[in-house]
Design a protein around this ligand. Structure first.
Ligand code: CAA
Length: 260
C-alpha cells in the first residue's frame, strides 16, 4: 500500500499534522487533500486534542501549491470538483472547534497559502516565501484564496498578490498582516511548540467560543455578530471552566481547565 501523504503526531494535547510529499514540495493532489480532510475530521472529534499544528515536511516548503501535474490533466468538470474539494477542506480547517496554527516552514504558494490562510494563526520562518502565483499558470486561486486574502489583508494586497503572482518574503507578509509572527527558521519548531503548548492549557470551551465569535461572527453584519458574541459570552457562564478561571484569579493560583 502507498504511504500516506499526511503524517500525524501527538504530544501533550497538541496534534501535529505534517504534509509529507517533500519530493513534490508538499503539493496538494486529490489524495493529499482527502488525507488532510480525514486528519482534520479526526482531530476535531478527538477531545484529547486541544490544538492542531499544520506544517510541511522537508527543509524547503510548507506547500508549493495545488499539484500542477494533476491539474494539467483535468477538464473543467473535474477542475470544479477539485476546487470544491480544496474549498471544503479549507472551510473545515477554518471552522475547527480548536485552534489551528500553520507553521510556515518555507514556500507557501497558491493552494499552500490558501491552506495557511484557513488556519487561525500563522507563524512563518524568516526564509518563507508566500504568494498566489496562479496567474503565471493562466489560472486563479481555486481553494478560497481570492476571498480569504481579501478579508485578511484587504483589496490592495489581494489584487497585488493575485494579479502580479510574485511571491513576497516573510517580512512583507508580516507587514500586510498575512502572518502573525516571523521567527528565525531554526527556531520555528520551538516557537510554534511554545505557542501551541500555551493554547493547550487554555480553557477549550472558551477557545471554541472565540473561534466561533471571530470566524462566524466576522462573516455577519455587526448587529448579528454582536448578538452572537453575547450568546457565546453568556453560555460560558454555564461552564465549570469559567468558575475555575475566575476562582483561580481570585485565589491567586493557576487555573486547571478541564473542558467542562
Ligand atoms: N505541483 C506539482 N509539483 C510541484 C509543485 C506543484 N505545485 N511545486 C513543485 N513541484 C515539484 C517540481 O516539479 C519538482 O519536481 P521534479 O524534481 O520532478 O522536477 C520538485 O517539486 C521540486 O521543485 P523545483 O525543482 O521547482 O524546486 P525549486 O527550488 O527550483 O523551486 C518553487 C521551488 C519556486 C516553489 C517552484 O517549485 C514552483 O514555482 N512551484 C510551483 C508554485 C506554484 O505555481 N504554485 C501554485 C500552483 S496552482 C494552485 O495552487 C491552484 C489553486 O489555488 C488551487
Amino acid at each position: 500500500m502507498a504511504s500516506s501523504p499526511v503524517t500525524v503526531r501527538d504530544a501533550d494535547g497538541v496534534r501535529t499534522i505534517t504534509i509529507d510529499r517533500p519530493e513534490r514540495l508538499n503539493a496538494l493532489d486529490r489524495q493529499t487533500l482527502e488525507a488532510l480532510d480525514a486528519a482534520f475530521a479526526a482531530a476535531s472529534a478527538d477531545t484529547a486534542v486541544r490544538v492542531v499544528v499544520l506544517t510541511g515536511a522537508g527543509p524547503k516548503a510548507f506547500v508549493a501549491g495545488a499539484d500542477i501535474a494533476e491539474m494539467n490533466q483535468l477538464g473543467p468538470i473535474e477542475a470544479r470538483e477539485f476546487s470544491l474539494l480544496g474549498q471544503r477542506l479549507m472551510r473545515r480547517i477554518e471552522r475547527m472547534p480548536k485552534p489551528v496554527i500553520a507553521a510556515v516552514n518555507g514556500y507557501a504558494l497558491g493552494g499552500g497559502l490558501e491552506l495557511a490562510m484557513a488556519c487561525h494563526l500563522r507563524i512563518a520562518a524568516d526564509s518563507a516565501r508566500l504568494g498566489q502565483p496562479e496567474i503565471n499558470l493562466g489560472l486563479v486561486p481555486g481553494f478560497g484564496g481570492t476571498q480569504r486574502l481579501l478579508r485578511l489583508c484587504g483589496r490592495a494586497a489581494a489584487l497585488e498578490l493575485c494579479l502580479l503572482g510574485k511571491p513576497i518574503d516573510a517580512a512583507r507578509a508580516l507587514q500586510l498582516g498575512l502572518v502573525n509572527r516571523v521567527v528565525p527558521a531554526a527556531e520555528l519548531e520551538s516557537e510554534v511548540a511554545t505557542l501551541a503548548g500555551s493554547l493547550a492549557t487554555a480553557a477549550p470551551l472558551a477557545l471554541r467560543a472565540v473561534l466561533d465569535a471571530v470566524v462566524v461572527g466576522g462573516e455577519c453584519a455587526i448587529e448579528e455578530g454582536l448578538q452572537f458574541e453575547t450568546a457565546q459570552f453568556a453560555l460560558l457562564f454555564a461552564t465549570e471552566d469559567m468558575r475555575e478561571g475566575t476562582s483561580a484569579f481570585l485565589g491567586k493560583r493557576t487555573p486547571q481547565f478541564r473542558n467542562r
